[in-house]
Design a binder for this molecule. Structure first.
Ligand code: PEP
Length: 240
């Protein structure tokens, strides 16, 4: 199954939502599932406007309820009509100090609530240049093994050096690395059914190499997802 996930991050003004959803929603899903991930306050609006597409939150709490000021429980996300949650995004890891242990807790509580997590993993440039990307990614997969079980889960390989930088991985590098990710998933989770996506500066201009050579099951898109036409061009590239 292919996916194209639009991670709006903390972007798009409220008045941009309706025109965006009019473009993207109601599409025939012949070549994969479209998922839109808006900021929390817009989840319910977006879910109500979603026809034949899915909606994701960009993170969630590691607890189900209680005195956790500012946090949002997975059940509250479900209440908004949302089925997916992005977890472990590199911006959460690097800017907000999320560790593998915290991400494992978030995964467990999200899965228990019935959300499908999109687990982001990726290496920085120092790790890539030292030849340790494979082991690093395997460790990020290993660290959450106890949380996953047989639940539906999607993995997004997102090299940190490619996110928001305009420098995407080539199809060949993506295929090589995603091969390592798939074998780590098999080794640690005993799973061969987990879709693996690529994310990092994907655009309509560079998507073809990644589709043809990247050995992936779709994309997690940041910057280029803010323009609905550009996001749909990326989705349409999955048709080959
Ligand atoms: C992301 O943040 O998940 C991402 C892939 O961003 P961008 O496409 O802008 O690199």
């Amino acid at each position: 199954m292919n996916y194209a996930i639009a991670n709006w991050k903390m972007n798009l003004p409220p008045e941009g939502i309706e025109p965006y959803m009019r473009m993207v929603s109601g599409r025939r899903r012949d070549h994969g599932t479209i998922v839109v991930a808006p900021p929390f306050p817009f989840l319910r609006d977006v879910a109500e406007q979603a026809r034949g597409i899915e909606v994701a939150a960009q993170t969630c709490a590691d607890q189900e309820k209680g005195a956790f000021t500012g946090e949002v429980a997975p059940s509250m996300i479900r209440y908004c009509g949302v089925g997916y949650v992005i977890l472990g995004h590199s911006e959460r890891r690097t800017l907000y100090g999320e560790t593998d242990a915290l991400i494992a807790k978030k995964l467990a509580v999200a899965i228990a609530t019935g959300l499908t997590p999109v687990l982001c993993i990726g290496e920085d440039l120092r790790v890539r240049d030292s030849g340790q990307a494979g082991p690093h990614l395997a460790e990020q997969i290993h660290a959450v093994t106890q949380s996953i079980g047989n639940a539906p889960v999607i993995v997004a390989y997102e090299p940190i050096w490619a996110i928001g930088t305009g420098r995407n991985a080539s199809g060949a590098l993506c295929a090589e690395t995603v091969g390592e990710v798939r074998s780590a998933i098999q080794r640690h989770w005993s799973r061969g059914d987990v879709p693996v996506l690529y994310g990092g500066s994907v655009t309509p201009e560079n998507v073809q190499d990644l589709v043809t050579n990247g050995a992936i099951d779709g994309f997690l898109v940041g910057g280029a997802s803010l323009d609905s036409a550009r996001f749909l061009a990326i989705y349409d590239a999955l048709a080959v």
